[in-house]
Design a protein around this ligand. Structure first.
Ligand SMILES: [Zn+2]
Ligand SMILES: [Zn+2]
Length: 339
């Protein structure tokens, strides 16, 4: 089969022949029809994620068809249209035993610690499959595991956004544009924050009430102006740049939550006093649970969350697609389509 392989860190991916995978116990083979690429792939290529070893087939966002079932693989038949949760859990560690699958101590992730979706075929546990409803295309479904699932976890679970609240979303990339829509679905009003005018305009189209350009002045001051000086109930930080989480703390109302999803520059200098006096919480958010992916897929099928696909390409052009992510010229998700 053809696959995009990271053979060496800080080098382009090699699109080359690899052996077809065989399904193990409880596993299936999915024929890839669409695979998303994102900034996490750039971090992997740069060697910033230490658990990734080479050679590795990248790609952690997948939609396709089940073409083979290994022994004991149940729940889906050959030909089923499926998306795939990227967290592969051990089932036996202390976290897994408590049902906290997303905290698994022996976590292996598709396209990171295991070969991923930028390939004609992918080997995955049957337990990770999510059915794709007829109304959802493969390209749309490929955005669910990360670009919609991760903000779903951040907005609805970690921030616990409720109707009537005000939510700031900092960073309007693939995840951010989903975060805006998910907060709106939850009944919140959204302040969308980004430097690019087109991204802010799109966020408004997708339901945000206000938008802010960080170049127009301190984000927290702009947010306080919009919220009668009170601040926001939740601040979703998807950029993870120097000072972004600090702006979150300064933008939060009493009892507010800063949920950190992006982590390019993992440093925090916010004063502890704010955390105590105003009971502001800083919370990390990673990936999503399998149940959340089912819920996210349902919202897409109902048309209540629209996957924003900013670029569609073929596997041979994957490095070009990654370059476009690097320069920030893709608005929304970049998806690699397979015939
Ligand atoms: Zn991703
Ligand atoms: Zn485990």
């Amino acid at each position: 089969m053809k696959a995009a392989v990271l053979d060496q860190f800080n080098h382009p991916l090699n699109v080359r022949e690899m052996a077809d995978p065989e399904p193990g116990l409880g596993e299936v083979i999915v024929r890839t029809r669409a695979a998303g690429i994102c900034r996490t792939d750039l971090k992997i290529i740069e060697g910033a994620i230490r658990t990734v070893e080479t050679p590795r087939i990248l790609g952690h966002e997948l939609a396709g068809e089940v073409v083979a079932l290994g022994p004991g693989a149940r729940g889906f038949k050959e030909g089923a249209r499926v998306s795939v949760g990227l967290d592969i859990t051990c089932g036996t560690c202390d976290y897994c035993r408590r049902g906290e699958l997303d905290h698994c101590a022996n976590l292996l992730r598709l396209g990171l610690e295991r070969d991923g979706s930028l390939a004609d075929y992918v080997r995955v546990p049957a337990a990770n499959l999510i059915g794709i409803p007829p109304a959802v295309t493969f390209a749309q479904a490929a955005t669910v595991p990360d670009a919609i699932g991760s903000p779903y976890h951040a907005v609805l679970n970690r921030a616990g956004v409720r109707a009537g609240q005000i939510v700031a979303v900092y960073g309007l990339g693939g995840l951010g544009l989903s975060a805006v829509q998910l907060a709106v679905v939850a009944g919140a009003r959204v302040i969308a924050i980004a430097r690019t005018k087109e991204r802010r305009a799109l966020a408004i189209e997708l339901g945000a009430t206000w938008s802010i350009d960080p170049n127009d002045g301190e984000v927290s001051e702009q947010i306080r102006d919009l919220t009668d000086g009170l601040g926001v109930h939740a601040f979703i930080d998807l950029v993870g740049i120097d000072g972004s989480a600090d702006q979150g703390v300064l933008s939060s109302r009493k009892g507010g939550k800063v949920v950190v999803v992006g982590y390019l520059v993992p440093r925090l200098t916010a004063g502890m006093m704010r955390l105590v006096y105003d009971e502001v919480a800083i919370i990390g958010s990673r990936s999503s649970t399998r149940g959340e992916l089912l819920e996210a897929m349902a919202l897409v099928a109902q048309g209540r969350v629209q996957p924003v696909i900013g670029a569609e390409l073929e596997l041979d052009d994957v490095n070009e697609g990654l370059d476009r992510l690097r320069t920030g010229t893709v608005i929304g998700r970049a998806v690699v389509n397979f015939a």
